[in-house]
Ligand binder design. Structure first.
Ligand SMILES: [Mn+2]
Length: 472
């Protein structure tokens, strides 16, 4: 492994604050964990809850979305907010006597150390010159606290949370504080990381199926399993081993090299020249295998595991993923697999509908579609899938009603990673555009979203389209 800094020097600035957090936790008898309801947040919750279990401290946990924070109050001796809290006003939340611990990595609203009276500790990597988007996740911050109690065996969950949070999305590897966390998990024999083809579905999808989902650039193999089989044959890569389909994880190093070179060749022919230098990054990157999970299980590969966790949260069953993360491999795992299956079939039905009668509309710099009635928490996933049927050179924007009797539209954007490699950060762009039409937004460079008033949809599209002039 390539180490730029000795891990100690990266961890150093967080040492004292984490020590204080440890003392705060140790001196509390009744703790509430409020954590974000996504893969990172659920992982953070699992790390904290496992830590408190072992310390035999009574606690409860709740998975919440950011818009629920205004309704929350501090009702326990200590409240821990994980993977959220830094970006929200908490003035309503606590009285001067409440004990609060924030372990977040999102851009902070408050200045470092600006708590109220009582015990208020906010630990955020952005205070120490680190980048919360790529250097450490909410789960990572929670793990650093667990590490203060010497629970290094929880480190694998922090690797999962970093992948779930797309912290490796720009360079294809985990960096910054994620690096020493990964090392802990490797030292414990829990994770193996290595460079591989970055094709999703490493353990569970037949290789020809996995290839057909390649969508960052539209290739002949995209959404065409026959072309994938043909390609494999041409490269002398058997798609089956006896009667069993082979997965990416079954391929030999030589086979992977042949496939890598061919994909690079195909992509280089297809992309505009300015993107050519990013092509290798599209098809290779580090992957993370959980060595205690069975081979071909959806829990073995960090990318696939994070999808399963997300499927739970999108169907309001964060509790199932939480149990699996805490070690329940019986009922909870069955429930998780069942949910993942339902999730896939729901998506397939919506995809069929979305592709009818050209529902994808195109403007000069973007494409969009109206997902009337599609559940708002899967609209982003769908936008990503639709991208491979549209024009990969433009972002795909999908709209649907927020639902739950709330007025307004949920907007989701997905784009090819090439656009992000070339320097566009759609999370920042969508934030600005949403603000201009009376909404809110944000997120990652290639996957982000917004909430806007329904009546301002056309205006949102118009401004977004203008904003992208000259950028694509
Ligand atoms: Mn996060």
């Amino acid at each position: 492994m390539n180490k730029k800094f000795p891990p100690e020097s990266i961890l150093k600035p967080l040492d004292r604050p984490m020590q204080k957090a440890r003392e705060l936790v140790e001196n509390s008898e009744d703790i509430k964990i409020l954590t974000h309801i996504d893969c990172d947040g659920i992982s953070a919750g699992a790390i904290l809850s496992s830590t408190l279990d072992r310390l035999e401290i009574d606690h409860e946990i709740e998975f919440i979305s950011l818009d629920m924070i205004p309704e929350k109050k501090a009702e326990n001796e200590l409240t821990i907010l994980s993977d959220l809290g830094s970006g929200q006003s908490l003035d309503h939340f606590a009285t001067s006597n409440d004990k609060i611990l924030i372990l977040d990595h999102h851009p902070p609203l408050r200045k470092m150390g600006s708590g109220w009276k009582g015990e208020f500790i906010e630990i955020n990597p952005n205070y120490f010159g680190m980048d919360g988007s790529y250097h450490v996740s909410g789960g990572g911050m929670s793990y650093l606290l667990a590490k203060k109690f010497s629970f290094q065996d929880l480190s694998w969950i922090a690797v999962l949370s970093a992948v779930g949070d797309m912290q490796n999305s720009l360079t294809g590897k985990l960096e910054g504080l994620n690096q020493p966390i990964l090392e802990d998990s490797e030292l414990m024999g829990l994770v193996k990381s290595f460079n591989d083809l970055s094709i999703y579905g490493r353990q569970t999808r037949p290789i020809y199926v996995a290839l057909s989902y390649f969508g960052d650039v539209k290739l002949p193999i995209t959404n065409n399993r026959n072309e994938c089989l043909f390609l494999l044959k041409k490269l002398r890569i058997p798609s089956k081993d006896g009667r069993n389909p082979r997965t990416l994880s079954d391929l030999t190093q030589d086979e992977k090299m042949r496939l890598f070179s061919e994909l690079v060749r195909m992509l280089t022919l297809e992309v505009p020249r300015k993107y050519a230098k990013y092509v290798p990054r599209l098809v290779s990157g580090d992957c993370y295998e959980f060595l205690k999970e069975e081979r071909y299980s959806p829990l073995r590969d960090a990318g696939e595991f994070s999808t399963a966790v997300n499927a739970c949260s999108r169907h309001e069953r964060a509790d199932i993923a939480f149990k699996v993360l805490k070690g329940n491999r019986k009922m909870a795992l069955k429930d998780m697999e069942h949910l993942a299956k339902e999730h896939r079939s729901y998506l397939a039905r919506q995809m069929d509908w979305a592709q009818e009668e050209n529902r994808i509309k195109s403007l000069q710099n973007l494409q969009y579609f109206n997902g009337n009635g599609i559940k708002s928490n899967v609209i982003g996933t769908l936008a990503g899938m639709l991208l491979s049927y549209g024009d990969w050179k433009k972002p795909m924007i999908a709209f649907t009603e927020i639902g739950d009797e709330k007025e307004g539209l949920k907007v989701s954007l997905r784009c090819s990673r090439l656009l992000a490699y070339d320097g566009i950060h759609f999370g920042n762009l969508i934030k600005g555009v949403a603000n201009r039409v009376g909404g809110t937004g944000g997120g990652h460079s290639v996957a982000c979203g917004a909430y806007i008033p329904t009546k301002n949809k056309e205006n949102f599209l118009k401004i977004f389209n203008q904003t992208l002039n000259g950028l694509l």
